[in-house]
Design a binder for this molecule. Structure first.
Ligand SMILES: C[S@@+](CC[C@H](N)C(=O)[O-])C[C@H]1O[C@@H](n2cnc3c(N)ncnc32)[C@H](O)[C@@H]1O
Length: 297
């Protein structure tokens, strides 16, 4: 099987593959690109509603709560103003707005968010790297999820976080859940898919190996008093995790096919084999939750 794949990967496509080595581990080396790549934006992945609802269901089950910051009382009393950046279709917002009908929820996404239609929800289309269209000290709580890998580390640090801190009230909270792209105990087909994804990420100025530490650095650098929680999730133990893995790799299929020379059909076969491997190898990943408070000046 490894040989089949190595052969399939021999041709160079779009100047991205450096096929000096047919070893499964090395076929994806990227040719060095110009340094300007370090600030290139990561292309937006077109999500779909099923994938997003699956992600929401899954994360809620794993973490047991939609938030960890101590905001329950203001959410209940109705004083809370909440923002989610990169809200997607708004499945998190919809759940929160239903649970806390007296508080107000705002979502912003570069794609037009339109799912969470409730009276206490406002959804806006916008690129968060173009500045956030809200006055200083507006929100009590800002949330993001599976978002930071959509933008470069530089943009997160120089453009996004200063804006988040600006629009957050003193004493307000910022919270994010991200998954560590360095998945653990991978079989060969899973590694193939993951390496292609890594190359896409690297090619857009994000270093997957540093991702976990970078988020902590972001909170520290922007003077947020933060805590980190982590869960290790084994795909074999959660049907929803496996479902999410498949929908995720289906969603990004055409994007990461650019980094291989395999056909659509072959990709599907690899994905099927990878699903079997998830159980066989007990493949796992880390889900990391960061929540930090803006200090009162
Ligand atoms: C992986 S999805 C997460 C969606 C949602 N937060 C969730 O957890 O279900 C990342 C979202 O970020 C959005 N996004 C990426 N870059 C963005 C940007 N620069 N400004 C606003 N939204 C962006 C994408 O359109 C996508 O909906």
């Amino acid at each position: 099987m490894g040989n089949d794949l190595s052969t399939a990967l021999k041709s160079k496509k779009n100047g991205i593959l450096n096929n000096k080595n047919s070893d499964f581990n090395n076929v994806y080396e990227i040719n060095h690109r110009k340094s300007s790549m370090s600030i290139t934006r990561f292309p937006v992945i077109e999500s779909n509603i099923d994938e997003e609802n699956g992600r929401h269901e899954h994360l809620l089950k794993v973490w047991g709560s939609n938030f960890f910051s101590p905001i329950e009382s203001i959410l209940e009393s109705g004083d809370a103003k909440v923002l989610e950046i990169g809200c997607g279709f708004g499945s998190w917002i919809y759940d929160m707005a239903k649970n806390y009908p007296l508080s107000h929820f705002t979502g912003i996404d570069i794609n037009n968010p339109k799912y969470a239609t409730l009276p206490n929800v406002s959804l806006t289309q916008g690129d968060v790297l173009e500045g956030l269209p809200y006055p200083d000290c507006t929100f009590d709580y800002i949330h993001f999820r599976d978002f930071l890998w959509s933008i470069s580390s530089k943009d997160a640090s120089n453009k996004l976080f200063p804006e988040l801190v600006r629009i957050l009230k003193p004493g307000g909270w910022i919270e994010g859940i991200e998954f560590d792209v360095n998945i653990l105990n991978v079989g060969p087909n899973t590694k193939f898919l993951n390496d292609a994804l890594f190359n896409h990420i690297r090619n857009n100025g994000i270093h997957p190996e540093e991702f976990y530490n970078n988020i902590s650095k972001l909170f520290k650098k922007h003077n947020l008093e933060y805590q980190v929680e982590e869960r290790i999730l084994c795909f074999a133990d959660h049907d929803l995790s496996k479902k999410r893995f498949v929908t995720f790799y289906k969603t990004i299929k055409s994007m990461i096919l650019e980094y291989t020379s395999i056909s659509y059909k072959k990709y599907d076969e690899i994905l099927d084999k990878s699903c079997v491997e998830l159980v066989e190898y007990r493949t796992s990943y880390r889900s990391i939750r960061y929540f930090g408070k803006k200090l009162i000046a």
